[in-house]
Design a binder for this molecule. Structure first.
Ligand SMILES: Nc1nc2c(ncn2[C@@H]2O[C@H](COP(=O)(O)OP(=O)(O)OP(=O)(O)O)[C@@H](O)[C@H]2O)c(=O)[nH]1
Ligand SMILES: [Mg+2]
Length: 548
């Protein structure tokens, strides 16, 4: 056995090879067993190599099939809401399976609505004779625009005076007292949804999001906002490989109990939050329908019904013991995003190319925007959300900045980015429903947006449009409604132009860009828009991949 002898000799200078050598006195039977074992080891090793090769090839195939989309826009622009719409439309079975898990979030939103009302009353009940200065600004999430500090302070003085004129009664005191236990329920729900977990955080100004806010503001809706790094973790959803849907950015951490099931799921009984909510249902309804409180809200310029996560109109339904959130409840529920969440969505009933989508949902607050950059060169398309209803609001993180101006600045940064030169850009001019409501209440766009100054004197144009030129049909509701449609149309058309102007002036490369006026809480209309968007993205993707 010359070769063996040779190997044996070479092993003298190689301690590792020496260790692997068969003993010099190996018997034929032992040799046979050894050779068989080595062959088996080789077979296993080859199988592992094959598996890895197959996995790599599958990953490559998948990457070709995958469509990657990045959702961008300031906080509260509607990014997560678009993601929800996408899942509702294209992964309906998984969506349905998760509805129940959203119950705690909707309950938390409702309780936060109630606590905001209690805070508004609290100051009034505590300070019946206080001076106007003692009253803090209204607890809106974003700041209403003023024409500078002096004007703002005049406004707040007038607001405080009007609020002081509202009389609260002992009934308000009783309701306040009866509903106060909801503070503990709120804390409990927050804990169940992830408080104390380093992966989760509250928006209590940790990122400067509430800078410059007054005391009530800090206690108000914004201060209460709840943030999560990932729904799957917060809601205790199964997610991941089986469902073809999971989260990357926020992954890890222990699996919490399924909050949607809570104690009920484990023990067949109703959980504490649900039980307490059921017992205070009538008090919540009484408080929300109370004329005195409504007057106080009006006096303080607080339109809580326009705030994200508003559920007071659905109190009876949500506080029932067997409440399961509807599609629309989940779409309207507010859960602020932290960091970047990666969602893998396998489109149900769709086997063709483009059946796998990876959607990145990011936190939109200023302090989180640095985390967007690493995803720029990895996506086929960006859906940019610009909430156009916020023309009269200022950024929570920087009250000096108008929210609409911030969106325009963000848009400019995106179109001028060289990294995004080949990326399909889609803009959703979002929250058109809220814009319509604001215009209906008499607020004018050009009063708040400096860059719309040129339009300031063109209200006449709107008035002239009161009788729409034929052949446009007269909208239902007569001249007033026609005027409103005109204002809305004018604002949208003008804003669309504004976004296009920026694209023309600042784009790093010329490219197709799609702009849509949306209200993404309207799931039916959004489903139709998403279909068009999906087809457009796939077409662009195929073009770049040189498949067509
Ligand atoms: N009325 C109305 N509300 C909307 C619309 N789009 C989003 N919302 C609501 O606005 C709130 C904020 O939406 P999100 O999707 O959470 O906003 P986001 O951009 O993900 O915000 P961050 O996670 O903070 O970056 C939610 O309560 C939504 O239901 C819209 O078109 N109309
Ligand atoms: Mg979000």
């Amino acid at each position: 056995m010359p070769s063996r002898t040779r190997t044996h000799h070479s092993s003298l200078s190689d301690p590792f090879a020496a260790a692997l050598q068969p003993p010099a006195d190996e018997t034929p039977a032992a040799r046979q067993a050894r050779v068989a074992a080595e062959a088996e080891q080789q077979r296993v090793s080859d199988r592992i190599d094959d598996d890895l090769r197959r996995e790599r090839a599958e990953r490559k195939r998948r990457a070709k099939r995958e469509v990657r989309v990045l959702l961008l826009g300031q906080s509260e622009s509607g990014k997560s809401t678009v993601l929800k719409n996408f899942r509702l439309k294209y992964a309906p079975n998984q969506w349905k399976a998760e509805l129940r898990a959203w119950r705690a979030v909707v309950q938390l939103n409702l309780i936060q609505n109630v606590l905001t009302l209690l805070d508004v009353m609290h100051d009034r009940l505590l300070l019946p004779d206080s001076s106007p200065d003692a009253l803090p600004p209204p607890p809106t999430m974003s700041f209403c625009d003023g024409d500078g500090d002096a004007r703002a302070s005049l406004d707040s003085t007038a607001t405080a005076t009007a609020a002081r004129a509202v009389v609260l009664t002992p009934l308000h005191q009783v309701l306040h007292m009866r509903l106060s236990p909801l503070r503990a329920v709120e804390a409990d729900l927050r804990r169940r949804l992830g408080a104390g977990d380093p992966e989760f955080a509250f928006a209590n100004g940790e990122d400067g999001a509430l800078g410059g806010a007054g005391a009530l503001e800090r206690r108000g809706a914004a201060g209460r906002e709840f943030s999560v790094r990932g729904w799957i973790g917060a809601l205790g959803l199964a997610g991941g490989a089986d469902g073809g849907d999971g989260e990357g950015g926020g992954g890890g951490g222990e699996k919490r109990e399924r909050v949607g099931e809570g104690e009920e799921g484990r023990e067949g009984k109703v959980d504490a939050a649900t039980e307490i909510l059921a017992t205070v249902c009538d008090d919540i309804v009484a408080l929300w329908e109370d004329p005195g409180l409504r007057e106080l809200l009006r006096a303080r310029g607080l339109r809580i019904e326009d705030r994200p996560g508003f559920f007071l109109s659905d109190t009876a339904r949500i506080t029932s013991r067997d409440y399961v959130p509807s599609d629309n409840d989940v779409v309207r529920a507010r859960l602020r995003t932290l960091g970047v969440q990666e969602w893998r969505i396998r489109l149900e009933h769709d086997e063709q190319f483009g059946s796998e989508w990876v959607i990145y949902d990011v936190g939109g607050a200023r302090s989180m925007r640095h985390a967007w950059l690493p995803f720029f060169d990895a996506v086929n398309a960006i859906i940019f959300l610009a909430p156009i209803s916020c023309f009269d609001e200022r950024l929570a993180e920087d009250p000096a900045v108008n929210r609409l101006e911030d969106s325009l600045l963000l848009w400019r940064a995106i179109v001028s980015s060289k990294l995004l030169g080949k990326t399909t850009l889609i803009v959703f001019l979002n929250k058109c429903d809220l814009l319509k409501r604001k215009l209906q209440s008499g607020i004018m766009v050009n009063k708040h947006l400096i860059s719309f100054g040129a339009r300031q004197n063109e209200v006449g144009v709107v008035v002239k449009c009161a009788s729409p030129p034929s052949p446009s049909p007269q909208p239902k509701g007569g001249v007033e409604s026609a005027m409103l449609m005109c204002v809305l149309g004018w604002a949208c058309v003008d804003l669309k132009e504004k976004f296009k102007d920026i694209l023309r002036a600042d784009a790093s490369e010329p490219r197709t860009t799609y702009l849509y006026a949306t209200s993404v809480t309207d799931t039916k209309a959004t489903a139709a828009t998403l279909n068009i968007v999906r087809d457009g993205i796939i077409r662009e993707h195929l073009k770049h991949a040189e498949f067509v």
